[in-house]
Structures are given as C-alpha cells and as structure tokens.
Ligand binder design. Structure first.
Ligand code: UDP
Ligand code: MN
Length: 273
C-alpha cells in the first residue's frame, strides 16, 4: 500500500551532500518504504545531479538559500549564521504532504522505519551531547505555512542558541523534553555514530536493534576512501572503532552498488562543499 500524502524529506545544498541524500534515499527504497521520497535542493546543486536525484526521489524541490532577495529572506539576512538552517526550515512549506519525516543527508536506514509516521509533530530522538535537547537529524513534522511563518519569526527574533537548525528548533519546540513522552523517539531511530564509543556497553546491549544511523560530526562517510575490490574502507574521515567501520562500509556498499551506476556519464561531481 503506498501512502501518497506522507513523505520522507531530506536536504542537500551542494553536490557533495547529494551523495549522502542518494544513499539515504536508496536505503529507504531498499527497505520498501510505502511513503514518498522528497529532496530539497538549493540553486548550487548541478543539473546532472538533480536528474540522478529524480531517479531515486519522487520529488526534487528547489528551495532558496539565504541570499535570495525577497522580504522574508531580507529579515533573516540580519542573521547570516542561519544559512543552512533557514534552508532546512523550508521543509514546513511542503503542504502537499500531511505529515513528513525529515532525515539529514548523513543518515542511513537499516530497516523499514515507516512506523515513524504513527508519531506526531514534533517527534525526535534525544541528542547524545545534551539529552534534554532533541537531535534535529531525524524528526517527524506536519508541513504548514503557518508553522513555517512562526518559525521564521522565531528565527529573526531569537536566532539559534547553537547557530544551527537544532538550536532553533529546540527553542521553538521547547516543551519537547517535558510534555509528551510519545514525542521522544527511541535513540535507535537516530543513532549518532559517536555514541558507539562514548557508551559502548549501551551499544552492545541495544545496538542490534538500530534502525537509523546518523554520521553526525565533521567526518562523513563520503570523506573516506573505499576499495570496491576488497569492500573495505581504507582511509580518511578517521572512522575509529570496528562498528563505525561497519556502518561506513555499509554506506559505501549502497553507494557503489546503487548510486554509482546512476552517476556514470555525469561530469566530475562538482566539489562545491
Ligand atoms: N546540509 C547541506 N549542506 C551543507 C551542510 C548541511 O545540505 O553544507 C544539510 C544536510 O542535509 C545535512 C544537514 O543539513 O545532513 C545537517 O548538517 P550535518 O549533517 O552536516 O550536521 P551534523 O548532523 O553533523 O551536525
Ligand atoms: Mn547530520
């Protein structure tokens, strides 16, 4: 059964993050999601990559980045630090859908996670660095122009305490930690890769049920080198630890088997990161 008014949504503001979006989209397809897949791109994303995205995603939607010149953006221009944050907020404008799950382009699903749509706005998993805040790499939301307008207003008035979307969204949905436990997604829906070594006994106990891996932080799977012959990650991105290596290798397996074939024939991927 396919559900046409609900979607997984991700974001890629350049061709490099599109590699992550493609692996995420492909992982959702591989696990037979019944929901639509949508990707938000900005003007920097090349035409070739957009064509490839449209083979994995049902919708490739261009959104504006902070330098566009209309009024609401001008208000935000006073807060230039909110660049990518502002871009992410535009997921609330996808009112063709009644409910969505946003997923960062550096996440990967390990199984079908369609049950996330049973949750309501704003559901998210705790952040491993400060568990009274939610991590904004995976969250359930309801597109609404009204909420979008309120978010923009909040951004202009209060900014973001961490300079990014997570600080802003935690400021806006500030009762997440205390009001409704059903809005706390289990950590296995947004397993941050650093938790594998900061709390390895917990990972050994609960990690076998992991559903979504999040390559949070500065070293992303696409920074690593991968040898397709030996199927091993060889260098770069400093993946430390056995389990991190396993997840990074899984990312590369999806990339080489399902994404690379779609990319053949394209010009060199523009390095615009
Ligand atoms: N993002 C993007 N371009 C950028 C930086 C971020 O498109 O230059 C998007 C992408 O979807 C990414 C998300 O914003 O997954 C959040 O950034 P990131 O995952 O790098 O932050 P982290 O999860 O490591 O804090
Ligand atoms: Mn992320």
């Amino acid at each position: 059964m396919s559900v046409t008014d609900q979607a997984f949504v991700t974001l890629a503001s350049n061709d490099i993050y599109c590699q992550g979006a493609l692996v995420l989209g492909q992982s959702l397809r591989n696990h037979g999601t019944s929901r639509k897949l949508a990707v938000l791109v900005t003007e920097q994303v090349s035409h070739g990559i957009r064509t490839v995205l449209s083979r994995v995603f049902d919708e490739v939607i261009e959104v504006s980045s902070l330098d566009s010149a209309d009024l609401e953006h001008l208000a935000l221009m006073r807060r230039p630090e909110l660049g990518v944050t502002f871009t992410k907020l535009q997921c609330w404008t996808l009112t063709q859908y009644s409910k969505c799950v946003f997923m960062d382009a550096d996440t990967l699903v390990l199984c079908n996670v369609d049950e996330l749509f049973d949750r309501d706005e704003l559901s998210a998993a705790p952040d491993s660095g400060w568990p009274d805040c939610f991590n904004s790499g995976v969250f359930v939301f309801r597109p609404s122009m009204e909420t979008y307008a309120h978010l923009l207003q909040f951004a202009v008035e209060h900014g973001s305490f961490d300079g990014g979307d997570q600080g802003l969204l935690n400021g806006f949905f500030s009762d997440w930690a205390t009001t409704d436990i059903s809005k706390h997604l289990p950590f296995i829906y947004n397993l941050s890769i650093s938790s594998l070594y900061t709390y390895s006994p917990a990972f050994r106990q609960f990690g076998t049920d992991s559903k979504v891996v999040h390559f949070l932080g500065s070293s992303k799977p696409w920074h690593c080198k991968y040898n397709p012959q030996t199927r091993t990650v060889t260098e770069g991105g400093s993946p430390s630890g056995h389990q991190h290596l396993i997840f990074t290798t899984l990312w590369w397996e999806i990339y080489t088997s399902s994404v690379l074939p779609l990319l053949t024939g394209l010009e060199e991927i523009a390095d615009t990161e």
